[in-house]
Design a protein around this ligand. Structure first.
Ligand code: E4P
Length: 223
């Protein structure tokens, strides 16, 4: 299963890349607004240098021509750019046109299996159901992940299910068990996955016992 980082923060991406677990990055206008300081284009280009994996760049236009214009522009920034397009009637048309042009797309704002199926039919290579936003309105977001993973397997659809809007480590485990091909995680959730109180306590204890043993040996030699 692939792990993407859901951020536009270069420092976070550098850390995850150093850990050797980074398979790609997703960004969106909200994540870009949190970092600012440079153009979206230049941030995307920097991210694309940090990972050879897919880097999602989201269009904001709501009409087909506008989406095509923004997407073609993003696709020229780096070879690993994937154009993120929202689910809508216009979005489907734009994704179908991008597919004809050989530009990869990630269909975002997916909340039902039917939306995901349509996006895959239109040619999107990544399908992003939003788990956390469904949980927020008292619906089980993981059901969409499970349904789409099953539908794609039954019908041998090549698009990948990308679990998005992940809010906690449990979401990650559940997405993996539900058959998601990819999960995109905020950096905080990635850090939470690394740690466990017993792991952290165990590291301190081993170090302390090691130091005690060495001290005891040194004292014995000094006798
Ligand atoms: C990623 O592709 C999505 O844009 C992102 O996961 C949305 O997350 P949120 O619901 O926490 O904003």
């Amino acid at each position: 299963m692939k792990i993407f980082l859901d951020t536009a923060d270069i420092d976070e991406i550098k850390i995850a890349a150093r850990w050797g677990i980074l398979d790609g990055v997703t960004t969106n206008p909200t994540l870009y607004s949190k970092v600012g300081g440079a153009s979206y284009d230049s941030i995307l280009q920097e991210i694309c240098k940090l990972t050879p994996g897919p880097v999602s760049a989201e269009v904001v236009a709501e009409d087909v021509d506008g989406m095509l214009e923004e997407g073609r522009h993003f696709a020229k920034l780096a070879p690993n750019i994937v154009v993120k397009v929202p689910m809508s009637e216009e979005g489907l048309e734009a994704m179908s046109r991008f597919a004809e042009e050989g530009i990869k797309t990630n269909c975002t704002l997916i909340f039902t299996a039917n939306q995901g199926l349509l996006a895959a039919k239109a040619g999107a290579s990544l399908i992003s159901p939003f788990v956390g936003r469904l949980d927020d309105i008292n619906q089980d977001g993981m059901i969409v992940i499970r349904e789409l993973a099953e539908i794609f397997a039954i019908h041998e659809i090549e698009s990948e299910v990308l679990a998005a809007s992940i809010r906690n480590p449990l979401h990650m485990t559940q997405a993996a068990l539900a058959g998601a091909h990819i999960a995109t995680l905020p950096f905080k959730v990635l850090q939470q996955m690394v740690h466990h109180p017993l792991t952290d306590k165990g590291i301190v204890q081993f170090r302390s016992d090691w130091d005690s043993a060495r001290k005891a040996l040194a004292e014995k030699k000094g006798d």
